[in-house]
Design a protein around this ligand. Sequence first.
Ligand SMILES: NC(=O)c1ccc[n+]([C@@H]2O[C@H](COP(=O)([O-])OP(=O)(O)OC[C@H]3O[C@@H](n4cnc5c(N)ncnc54)[C@H](OP(=O)(O)O)[C@@H]3O)[C@@H](O)[C@H]2O)c1
Length: 316
Amino acid sequence: MDKKSKIYIAGHRGMVGAAIWRILSSKGYTNLIGKSSSELDLRNQNEVLSFFSNEKPDVVIDAAARVGGILANNNYPYQFLMDNLQIQNNLIDAALNNDVKKFIFLGSSCIYPKFAQQPLKEEYLLTDSLEPTNEWYAIAKITGVKACESIRKQFGKDYVSLMPTNLYGTHDNFDLKTSHVLPAMIRKFHEAKLNDHSPVELWGSGSPMREFLFVDDMAEAVVFALDNRLPEYLYNVGTGIDLTIRELAETIQNIVGHKGEIVWDSSKPDGTPRKLMDISKMHQLGWKHKVELKEGIEKTYNWFLENIDNFKEVKL
Ligand SMILES: NC(=O)c1ccc[n+]([C@@H]2O[C@H](COP(=O)([O-])OP(=O)(O)OC[C@H]3O[C@@H](n4cnc5c(N)ncnc54)[C@H](OP(=O)(O)O)[C@@H]3O)[C@@H](O)[C@H]2O)c1
């Protein structure tokens, strides 16, 4: 990819978008463009069309979405379905009609069927029922993957989807009402440490197994997809390594320096027993993660400490 190509990163202020911007800048890509949601509401088709006809980007990376945990999905099913459909439909259609050469769409491992065989292979998409708690989000995301696949099929354009596993890292969401498990644990252990090493209560039994990828590695996978024409329409992106939630908690506890007790509340649900991606397709093409979990958590905790005053607000 030409380093002067005009690359529009939708959602460039989010955790993933910011990492993509950072990594592309560090690799000498000089013509990056981004707009916040208050400058350009991607749900508004007219605004998106006029932005594309003015800017004429060569490449679009779609890291904009309404994202959230079970609670948010449960309370706002319509927004999770419709906002995501509108954002991605407007972006994909405007890209196609403005001759954007390459489009990178981000799906998510949580859109695979609830009881799919492990590790998750790309071909398991749409083979069984979804997890009911996030089906709104999943249906929208599956539509995005299929829209890009249909453009690939019908117009021969390089529109590709990457399917990230659970991501974490700098610019993560540490708000306990809406955050994912890893940043929530960092915050809980940190606050308990400051509170004289008080016990930390965590949900479930600690036995489910999960995979985590540092967000800079995700951004590197996006750069890989930018620099290479990937032969298929969909690729899983992860480490291929999982661990129990209990092991994750103990790793974070050590890094944070919390010396108190961990109390597992087994009256709370565990969720899916295992969720691991099969990443052999990306490995065969030559991409592999670089940041191992301990190093990634250390970096994330340092970022948390440096930015602790900036993320007090609830994002719902
Ligand atoms: N985080 C994960 O663990 C994970 C895992 C798998 C897949 N993904 C995927 O990665 C992508 C990015 O996720 P993230 O974690 O970076 O989310 P995030 O931190 O919440 O960022 C989402 C971004 O989307 C933008 N956005 C939302 N609604 C918009 C609208 N109506 N108009 C314009 N922009 C809008 C936001 O812009 P403003 O900041 O300007 O409001 C924000 O920059 C998503 O597609 C998500 O599904 C994430």
